[in-house]
Design a protein around this ligand. Sequence first.
Ligand code: NAP
Ligand code: HSE
Length: 403
Amino acid sequence: MVNIGLLGFGTVGIGVFQILESREEELKNICGCHIKIKKILVKDLNKNRPIKVDASIITDNFDEILEDEDISIIIEATGALEEGYTYISKALKAGKHVVTANKAVVSKHFEELTELADKMDLYFLYEASVGGGIPIIKNLKELLVLNEIVEIKGILNGTCNYILTKMEEGLNYSEALKIAQEKGFAELDPTDDVEGLDARRKLRILGSLALKAKILEKDIFLRGLRGIGPIDIEYVDKMDGAIRLIGEIKVSQNGYTAIVEPIIVSKNSPFYNVHNEKNAVLLRGDQVGDLIFYGSGAGRFPTAHAVLCDVIDIVRGVETIERSLAIRELENINKTIKGRYYLRLSKSSQDIYTILESIAWEVLHKEENIIIMTKDMFLNDILKLIKVLEVKEEDYFLARKEG
Ligand code: NAP
Ligand code: HSE
């Protein structure tokens, strides 16, 4: 018997519980033992739960789980940053393996928790922290044996992609976000999704593994969906494109660039037909070439499935092919990020128009909104110009054309 302490009983935690129940026999056959959730940690004991669970296994006291010597694996699915970190580090120090879906914690404490798990000779696995149900971490670790990864590019946030899809279908931004929240895709604070913080955490995790360098959140340029409006969806559609929030790391001889930003993808891009909460990640290896991983980036069962795949690996003692984190130093060259940008300003005047015309490759619209495609320009220069024009963040939208 393997006993699990499950931290969190929301979208992901309930999914884990339900899959374990429904696949009990199959799991027993493949693992050679019964996997049982012995205790569940929640924040609010009085909350109404959508499924019935024996009340004696639910607690709001983490120490009850920590001190239970029969529990050998902790699944952390709380979403809490500080407490999540405390639970994970205490569990590892107490000799328990940890599986987490909490990318905020993995991103902030990646090297430290990995080292701690190594030192304790324990598993610290986090497949569900990136790409929901897509098995991206395990595959990436395997690819690293024979490849240098030179590019990562992906739709890494299900909520943003859901909002963009629904806006393409005619819903407004707030309606689309509300449905994404109801479906359990969004973070507790959805600003983390729409401002791109969640995608940046995922890129930090993928990038650090792939490049074997410490790529911190601060090393990744970030521009989320703020400012986007129906007019942008409409104009980009007229250009035979679609807007996607994309995280991208590129390695060159001089260093690496890392950015999360809205990108206009064309109909022949692998990201064009990625809809709703689906994610897609392209990995470019120097030996294998391009690989694209596609699937549900958020949602109860896909995410719980990823969590349980990690648990199965622990129970079966599968060797996870880890390459050391942060074993090389790479120069960050984000200042070199450039491209042709779609820029819409909702604040217009003759002066602003004259300035924008000077950087425009094409003027798309010139009424209450000014829309241009810029010449090939450094992103930093465009942002500086927007600052000079004193345009508020909610009064403009900027998206790079893929290519
Ligand atoms: P959720 O639905 O909000 O559930 C969170 C659960 O954790 C709730 O049961 C809550 O207790 C409990 N909790 C919160 N803070 C706690 C604390 N400080 N101490 C103890 N328990 C606490 O969240 P979720 O969507 O399942 O997400 C969980 C984690 O998985 C997050 O890190 C999220 O980023 C990640 N993730 C989610 C998805 C997804 O599609 N939802 C996909 C991939 C990864 P109460 O029920 O009593 O409030
Ligand atoms: N809020 C996240 C998303 C959950 O929408 O992608 C999955 O990590």
